[in-house]
Design a binder for this molecule. Structure first.
Ligand SMILES: [Zn+2]
Ligand SMILES: [Zn+2]
Length: 408
């Protein structure tokens, strides 16, 4: 479960509670929509209870995401959520414990007063640490490791110094003595303007209509000119998208990134190459030698086991769907996994599709997919009991798995 962030509406100033994964803010008071954007990662502060002290904020870098490991003849996966203390000041608590879950955080904004200690950790260092941790549990040789849907953030713990001791300003209790009267203030840096979050207007760049999406959507739709947009480096960029028409009622359109690829390493360039290399038991057809290879990756977060199964099943079937007319956007399931993250799962999906895993996995480091094209395709799934069913392919997704995927 994620944590809650309190943010003021940039339009009317009303306080709004957000989930940490929320990107689209709909103000319940003035009904204005804003899309949150940051250059690198979001920065949060924990609220302090020491109004009369000079507050020093200590950074903790957090990694949250899914790790997939291809080792031996199996694919292991785990959901990792971990924070690392980011300063050179080793006396500080090594992690934040349950604090972020227990209280409302705030974004670092100009009205957060205090000094900020320099973070000496970089996301790459954290990734290396996560890699070491996950390798520890796997005894075999690792041929490929992928991080999918990962997010980095910085959480600042408020501190103050009194009587030669450093206090945790969340609970107002001393943590450590200042070693040899050493001051941690010289380590403090000023807040950087690149830290600011940006609120983007959710106006269709093509026609000026108000874009639609849910709070955790990373792709927004225009119901007027029937286009889709994703935020990239502070602006909205158009996404190539289509809809496969469904039949009847109770249909929800789930999004998938269809990623056309070529691989020069092992020469996996067509659907026929894919069938040959995976040794799937199917009757090869002549035109498959001319059919481009596309991976179909869920464009929504869902737990690793289901994610991998869906990617594998739809990629193996590789159906040529006829695309349909525009449909009401309220029947769209939101896109919560950006295409760049989906692209990180290509090799794992290939590994998962291969029949003879033990023989094939040592070749994985040679595979190097070049992405030719991304398409966002909404596939119709019909609600039946506890599941959503894709009737053309006979593929099902448990509704609870979808529901809990929104919190990953
Ligand atoms: Zn408002
Ligand atoms: Zn439009």
């Amino acid at each position: 479960m994620g944590f809650t962030v309190e943010q003021e509406c940039p339009q009317c100033g009303a306080p709004i509670d957000l989930d940490e994964t929320d990107r689209l803010i709909l103000c319940p008071y003035c009904h204005v929509k804003n899309y949150l954007f940051t250059q690198d990662y979001f920065r949060f502060v924990l609220p302090h209870k020491a109004p009369n002290q000079d507050i020093i904020y200590a950074p903790y870098m957090r990694f949250k995401g899914e790790v997939y490991l291809c080792e031996g003849a199996t694919i292991g996966h785990s959901i990792v959520d971990i924070t690392y203390q980011g300063t050179i000041f080793k006396q500080l608590p090594i992690s934040l414990g349950l604090r972020p879950q227990a209280m409302k955080m705030k974004f670092v904004t100009p009205d957060v007063h205090g000094s900020f200690l320099k973070c000496s950790l970089r996301p790459l260092d954290v990734l290396a640490n996560v890699g070491k941790r996950t390798s520890f549990f796997s005894p075999g040789r690792i041929f490929h490791r992928a991080y999918i849907g990962e997010a980095f953030s910085l959480i600042f713990l408020p501190l103050f110094v009194q009587g030669g001791r450093v206090f945790d300003a969340v609970i107002n209790k001393p943590i450590t003595a200042l070693p040899n009267g050493e001051d941690i203030f010289p380590l403090a840096s000023e807040e950087d303007s690149s830290w600011r979050i940006t609120f983007m207007a959710t106006i269709c760049p093509q026609c000026g209509w108000d874009l639609d999406g849910e709070s955790d959507s990373v792709v927004l739709n225009c119901g007027n000119c029937d286009t889709a947009w994703e935020a990239s480096e502070g602006r909205l960029v158009q996404v190539d998208f289509s809809v496969v028409p469904g039949k009847g009622n109770n249909v929800k359109y789930l999004p998938f990134w269809k990623i056309a690829v070529r691989d020069e390493g092992l020469g996996i360039n067509t659907y026929a190459d894919f069938i040959r290399i995976t040794q799937l038991p199917t009757l090869m057809q002549r035109d498959w030698d001319n059919k481009e290879l596309s991976f179909w990756i869920p464009a929504f977060k869902i737990r690793p086991k289901v994610f991998l199964r869906l990617a594998r099943e739809i990629t193996i079937l590789q159906q040529d769907f006829a695309m349909g007319e525009p449909i009401p956007k309220k029947t769209f399931y939101p896109v919560t996994l950006p295409k760049g993250e989906a692209a990180q799962s290509l090799k794992v999906t290939l590994a998962s599709s291969v029949m003879a895993k033990k023989e094939f996995f040592p070749l994985l480091p040679q595979v190097n997919f070049t992405i030719m094209k991304f398409n966002l395709i909404h596939l119709p799934f019909r609600s039946m009991g506890l599941d959503m069913i894709q009737e053309d392919m006979g593929i099902s997704i448990n509704k609870n798995a979808l529901k809990y995927g929104r919190y990953l």
